[in-house]
Design a protein around this ligand. Structure first.
Ligand code: HEC
Ligand code: HEC
Length: 216
């Protein structure tokens, strides 16, 4: 028994030494290798570096996609103030609803009190998807009142876009968030964005593939 446990203690020590050597080596290789330093708002990164930038094509694609961002269905939840807006003419939300710290409303006026997991039938009934809310107070992600160029630069800025480091990551959100796709199934009496979801995603992907340049 004693022999065995001494043996395994030695083995453990050896393993630890090997592990330390590996870490040291990995550290060295990493320092010696070429790493791409992330820069705020930069479009140059592992995902986009091989694509041939075509600024004119990127800007044209973004301008087309921007129509969706600025449409009422999206922009109502991305207001400049702390009050969401409603309808096609951006009327401040009724019932004195406000953002709250997490974008989920304030005590007694939480979004989910009225907004359910699905649209409720009938005109002027609350629309819904699971976890209906607006961006949080510390990162408001404002769309209303911006130019396409300002919106584009904001989407690329990790300090303003929810910490998404690359345009590709920002787009990923558009692929999976039910709050986004809701805009095309918005419930009774509401219009949909001016281009289809497929067309919108095609333009956003073209923007990234062409180097994600921003309009002026
Ligand atoms: C007291 C109930 C109530 C609360 C609380 C509430 N809403 Fe609403 N909301 C509604 C109703 C009802 C409508 C539909 C109004 C209409 O279509 O005329 C609506 C519509 C909206 C719309 C407009 C959809 C569109 O594009 O026209 C947005 C955006 C919205 N709410 C966001 C929020 C957010 C974000 C919160 C929480 C911070 C919230 N609401 C809290 C009842 C509520
Ligand atoms: C019900 C409210 C709501 C609606 C409607 C909505 N959003 Fe958002 N959006 C949010 C919230 C909340 C976040 C923050 C969540 C997060 O960061 O994961 C967000 C974040 C985003 C982001 C990530 C931030 C960034 O700058 O990269 C993008 C992009 C975005 N929304 C686009 C859209 C588009 C496009 C539409 C319409 C097709 C839309 N949203 C409709 C609530 C909404």
């Amino acid at each position: 028994m004693k022999r065995n446990s001494t043996f395994s203690n030695r083995n453990a020590l050896k393993l630890a030494l090997i592990a330390i050597a590996c870490f040291a080596l990995a550290g060295f290789a990493w320092k010696g290798g070429v790493t791409i330093e992330p820069v705020d708002g930069s479009v140059v990164n592992e995902q986009t570096i091989e694509t041939a930038p075509n600024p004119a094509a990127a800007m044209a694609a973004f301008n087309e996609a921007a129509k969706v961002f600025f449409s009422a269905r999206c922009a109502n939840c991305h207001p400049a103030s702390d009050v969401p807006t409603q309808g096609d003419n951006f009327t401040p939300h009724a019932q004195g609803v406000t953002r709250g710290k997490e974008g989920k409303g304030v005590y007694g006026m939480k979004c989910n009190t009225c907004h359910q997991d699905q649209n409720l039938e009938g005109d002027h009934m609350p629309p819904g998807v699971p976890n209906w809310h607006m961006p949080p107070a510390d990162q408001k992600m404002v769309f209303q009142g911006l130019t396409a160029g300002q919106l584009c630069r904001q989407l690329k800025n990790p300090k303003m876009n929810g910490g998404r480091k690359t345009p590709k990551e920002a787009i990923h959100h558009l692929e999976e968030d039910p709050l986004v796709t809701w805009a095309w199934t918005p419930g009774d009496g509401r219009s949909v964005p001016p281009i289809s979801y497929e067309e919108f995603m095609k333009q956003m992907n073209a923007w990234v593939a062409n180097g994600a340049a921003c309009p002026e």
